[in-house]
Design a protein around this ligand. Structure first.
Ligand code: FAD
Length: 243
């Protein structure tokens, strides 16, 4: 996970180098803040990285009542998120995975209702078993899915062919079909999170690489602790800290 959280206090506004006019204009067109002008001097959480996880963190933390700012070194989705196939299937061996994937699917649908930005295509999932052990595993996952409310059914090779005619089913044992799984458009979901988070008051800033995190030591009942007091970025080729 590339998104990092840090609290952020002090005079960050004065530490930020002006970004080029062209990138400021492009950012403004996409509803994004420009680093030079829009950074708050103090927030409850700084999210470093504008991929799918960072955008989700900004939305969820802001929704919990925290004041957030998301800082992206390049452009939103510039990292791994840009490359992803975005396939989402919920029948996984771990209960936690099933619940997380279900939550993600529901969020995509909810975000579209909230923002009008589409990211979810419900094209279904087909899991092919090329041996008996894999077929048994799918049967187990399908049974577990019923408990979690994930619709699925086992198909014979003939039924699989009927559903997906271009598949050669001569050497398969069967398949599991989950009609309500699908695909997420990565740019769409980040855009939807961005719009929903900004509606709640979060700020998203592009072209703003974070170069370090400033901390302060303190103690609780004699136990040493550290808290984050600022983030660092380069200004005019020198490394400076927020105060
Ligand atoms: C080819 C491929 C296929 C995939 N297919 C699937 C799939 O089908 N289903 C699935 O669920 N997952 C898939 N994944 C995985 C999925 O893409 C990643 O898990 C997900 O995109 C990670 O998101 P992220 O926000 O953690 O990271 P990233 O998208 O990498 O975001 C990190 C961001 O942080 C920024 N950043 C880094 N350092 C700084 C800094 N110092 N200051 C400011 N910003 C910074 C970067 O510019 C970047 O934008 C696939 C991945 C790949 C590569």
């Amino acid at each position: 996970m590339a998104a990092m959280l840090a609290t952020f206090r002090g005079g960050a506004r004065r530490l930020l180098a002006p970004s080029p006019a062209s990138s400021r204009q492009a950012a403004a067109r996409r509803g994004l803040a420009s680093p030079a002008r829009e950074l708050p001097s103090e927030v409850d959480a700084v999210i470093i990285g504008g991929g799918s996880l960072g955008a989700s963190c900004a939305y969820h933390l802001q929704q919990k009542g925290l004041r957030t700012v998301l800082l992206e070194a390049h452009q939103l989705t510039a990292g791994t998120t840009w490359h992803t196939a975005g396939m989402l299937w919920r029948l996984r061996p771990s209960d936690t995975d099933v619940e997380l994937q279900s939550y993600t699917r529901d969020m995509c649908i909810k975000l579209e209702e909230e923002t009008g930005v589409n990211s979810w295509t419900e094209n279904g999932g087909l899991f092919i078993a090329c041996n008996k052990e894999r077929l048994d595993e799918y049967k187990r996952l399908s049974t577990m899915g019923h408990y979690f409310g994930v619709d699925s059914r086992m198909l014979s090779p003939e039924e699989t062919k009927e559903l997906y005619p271009i598949l050669n089913v001569d050497d398969i044992y069967g398949s599991m079909y989950s009609p309500t799984d699908g695909t997420i458009d990565p740019a769409g979901v980040v855009g939807a999170y961005q719009r929903a988070a900004q509606k709640l008051g979060s700020r998203f800033v592009e072209h703003c690489p974070v170069e370090g995190i400033e901390t302060e030591s303190y103690s609780v009942h004699g136990q040493p602790r550290r808290k984050v007091t600022g983030v660092l970025r380069t200004v005019n080729s020198s490394r400076q800290a927020s105060s």
